[in-house]
Design a protein around this ligand. Sequence first.
Ligand code: HEC
Length: 235
Amino acid sequence: MSDNKPGDNQQDPLLSNKIAAAALAALLLIFGLPQLAKAIFGGGHHGGDDELHLAYCCVELETTTAAGGGEEAPYDLGTMMAEANVTAGERGAALCISCHTLVRGGANGTGPNLWGVIGRDVASVPGFNYTGALAALEGEWTYERMDAYLANSQEYVPGGAMVQRIGRDNKRAELLAFLGSLSDNPVPFPAPLVIEAATEGEALIESAAETLDEGVQAIEAVVDDAVETATDGDN
Ligand code: HEC
């Protein structure tokens, strides 16, 4: 109070303290936000993959681009397919044509016709005598399921009639890109992981912004309150 100028002595003596408190609250909110977000979004396990970074999108982007070196990259079928050479996939399909026809309306052979197989119900070609093991599989063929089936068909469908093991990820991706093209209405390829990560990052930033917004409103309320108290003191 000693620094009060003459005439100021009616002002709320605590006003400057209140403003300082509001400023501190603002700082805490801004710098404490990553911690807060961590608490809310459950990044509790230290060192876990899902530990939260506000720069989530960019960190992921870097590690994905740097993949291919010694570090283990996440399995990214979408990116592999986007980069796949469809002509090479067509050549790879030479492995299949001893048992499967690939053209629209092609006859069944040892295996069923494969025109439009991606997006088609599993074991649904009329007139083909599927094993009970394959027929028991629900749903339709997605790229992901087909990827697993071609990687090791006996593991994916134990007791099924097809035996294929295409071990190289990029060979399967090529083949999948080609199989996907055998359609009047091709199913879009799976999204590359980078895009998924970016979308997740975007959602994260959005909710952080919302939290920040709420914080700003809270601070405004505190400041309003302080100003009101100060004004009351004046009267
Ligand atoms: C030696 C014969 C043979 C070869 C080679 C073969 N398949 Fe098959 N395939 C089969 C048989 C038999 C079935 C039916 C499996 C069952 O009923 O369990 C089948 C089933 C399938 C199905 C399931 C189709 C549906 O209608 O649900 C797909 C997809 C498939 N094969 C893809 C391929 C691809 C791609 C290749 C080449 C990489 C390939 N197959 C190579 C014999 C073969």
